[in-house]
Design a protein around this ligand. Structure first.
Ligand code: SF4
Ligand code: SF4
Length: 245
């Protein structure tokens, strides 16, 4: 399969948040007010102005205290359910799927009605799409398509000092991910790559995915393939409601 992919090796992440800041800077996103809400994870969640967020989880696993860091972002699904549902709702140009890279891009020109946004958001197994109610626009990680299509790395990858964030041709990235998984499994037998065949942002974790973040592996354990099948089933029904531009 052609195109590009990320490999996110969470075993190397120090939670410095360089990726988070670089994303804001490159995409000229407004600063988000932060506060002490009992976690170093700040801001608390992704938003219309925060496409990349390092999630912090404190867990006890195998009898030891661990801090897991998860630099969350859109997975740029190989067959994106968000796009399927948006099109089924009549928004043919709201979500673009770039052929060369595989990037899934939310248009900043097509307005989405609030109720329709809810359906699009619910279709995402990873809880990624965010919305500005005033502008009626959706937003999320763009894969830095403007940088990538000019031969540059995404800003988060460029900024990462530890080798957590990797990016490149999909076959090379998957090979790198498999190689690293083998190394890590020697010490952490539960290590796995999350949804490697279905997404273009492949995360390596050393423990059960839900210990990192509820949506790390896909919504409620339904899994991406089943979610897509459900979307395909509902599409003809939604199509009957007609096209809305
Ligand atoms: S992770 Fe969610 S928002 Fe990103 S492409 Fe997949 S379904 Fe769409
Ligand atoms: S820049 Fe790299 S090490 Fe720092 S938080 Fe992001 S992924 Fe982790």
């Amino acid at each position: 399969m052609a195109g590009k992919s990320f490999f996110v090796d969470t075993t190397k992440c120090t939670a410095c948040r360089g990726c988070q800041v670089a994303c804001k800077q490159w995409n000229q996103l407004l600063a988000t007010e932060t506060k002490n809400w009992g976690s170093h994870q700040n801001p608390e969640d992704l938003s219309f102005a925060t496409y990349k967020l390092v999630r912090f989880s404190e867990v006890v696993s195998d009898g030891e205290f661990r801090w897991y860091f998860f630099p969350d972002q859109c997975r740029h699904c190989v067959a994106p359910p968000c796009k399927e549902v948006a099109e089924a709702l009549g928004y043919k140009k709201a979500i673009l799927h770039d052929e060369a890279t595989g990037a899934v891009i939310f248009s900043q020109e097509v307005k989405i009605k609030p109720d329709d946004f809810k359906e699009i958001k619910e279709s995402c197994p990873f809880n990624i799409p965010r919305y500005d109610t005033k502008k009626q626009l959706m937003a999320k990680c763009t894969m830095c398509i403007d940088r990538v299509s000019n031969g540059l790395l995404p800003a988060c990858v460029k900024a990462c000092p530890t080798g957590t964030m990797n990016f490149g041709d999909r076959d090379k990235i998957l090979a790198l991910a498999e190689k690293r998984l083998k190394e890590v499994k020697a010490k952490y037998p539960k290590a796995s790559l999350l949804n490697a065949e279905d997404v273009r942002a492949v995360f390596l974790v050393i423990d059960d995915s839900e210990k990192y973040w509820e949506f790390a592996k896909g919504q409620g354990g339904i899994g991406i393939t089943r979610m897509m099948a459900l979307n395909k089933m509902i599409r003809p029904i939604v199509n009957l409601l007609g096209s809305r531009g």
